[in-house]
Design a protein around this ligand. Structure first.
Ligand SMILES: Nc1ncnc2c1ncn2[C@@H]1O[C@H](COP(=O)(O)OP(=O)(O)O)[C@@H](O)[C@H]1O
Ligand SMILES: Cc1ncc(COP(=O)(O)O)c(N)n1
Length: 273
């Protein structure tokens, strides 16, 4: 049976980030995608022009309606916009004992526009982080969650990943895309230790939605039965492929999206048999 995977996130009409990217990553990784919207974002490859939040009680209504009908095998959480939506999502997830959750603590878009109210970081840290299985902050988000400055090398990243785990979450993928350099190095902290995931840095201007893609692909692969570290490693491979294929696209004038294409994993039959 094909697993059902849910994203709880904001939108991107240009299809490169947020819910639209997550649904593509879910399909491309062999799962059935579903989405609960937290905010409508007027954005494209060049940036965000405005945001309309969905009222928190309606976010709750979307979630309860879905959970009452559909089995959800894994969840990816992205943009939550404000503290009230964070508390509401955390509350409904507890109500339904939801499990297998990846939290991408989205705070600021690549364009520099805020996607999470500055006063909501504490709610995210205290009420949602301890409720999930994996968090995937980038360097500025990790620094914000810890109230410290950004690390400048992989040793500093490993130390911050440990400190993030102390917030009450077993697994941390600290993404190093912002560090620059020839390879793109992420740090994965699990209960079995710290591992560096180094990949070639793909030279392309089409890097909109890389974080969304990585967390969504991880949730999909977890729903397909991978253990957490394998789900993360394979999702990172998937993202690198999607970045390599990004120059096939001609979408917008700014940071274009990555290209999602169906991924067949060696040694597996396709989900279609
Ligand atoms: N040009 C690139 N080539 C390869 N991997 C990249 C590139 N840019 C970003 N990544 C990877 O994409 C993921 C998300 O990147 P990052 O920029 O750190 O986070 P975010 O998109 O949340 O700001 C990370 O795994 C990072 O290593
Ligand atoms: C709705 C929404 N969610 C997340 C992002 C972050 O995108 P990126 O991965 O490019 O930083 C975004 N731009 N819009």
């Amino acid at each position: 049976m094909i697993p059902n995977v849910l994203t709880i996130a904001g939108t991107d009409p240009s299809g490169g980030a947020g819910i639209q990217a997550d649904l593509k990553a879910f399909s491309a990784n062999g799962t059935y995608g579903m989405a609960v919207t937290t905010a409508l974002v007027a954005q494209t490859t060049t940036g965000v022009s405005s945001v309309r939040e969905i009222p928190a009680d309606f976010v709750a209504d979307q979630l309860r309606t879905l959970f009452d009908d559909v089995r959800v095998d894994a969840i990816k959480i992205g943009m939550l916009s404000d503290a009230e939506i964070i508390r509401t999502v955390a509350g409904v997830l507890s109500e339904y004992s939801a499990r297998e959750i990846v939290l991408d603590p989205v705070m600021v878009a690549k364009s520099g526009d805020r996607l999470l109210a500055a006063d909501a970081v504490r709610a995210l840290r205290d009420e949602l982080v301890p409720r999930v299985d994996l968090i995937t902050p980038n360097l500025p988000e990790a620094a914000d969650l810890l109230g410290v400055s950004e690390p400048t090398d992989t040793e500093g990243m490993a130390a911050q990943a440990e400190r993030l785990a102390e917030l009450g979450v077993e697994r941390v993928l600290l993404k190093g895309g912002h560090l620059g350099g020839e390879s793109s190095v992420d740090v994965l902290r699990t209960t079995s230790g710290v591992e560096l995931l180094a990949h070639e840095r793909v030279v392309t201007k089409n890097d909109h939605g890389t974080g969304c893609t990585l967390s969504a692909a991880t949730a999909a692969l977890r729903a397909r039965g991978r253990d957490w570290p394998t789900a993360v490693r394979e999702a990172k491979d998937y993202l690198t492929g999607a970045l390599r294929a990004a120059d096939l696209l001609d979408v917008g004038q700014g940071h274009g999206p990555v290209h999602h294409f169906y991924r067949w994993w060696p040694g597996e039959t396709t989900p279609h048999g």
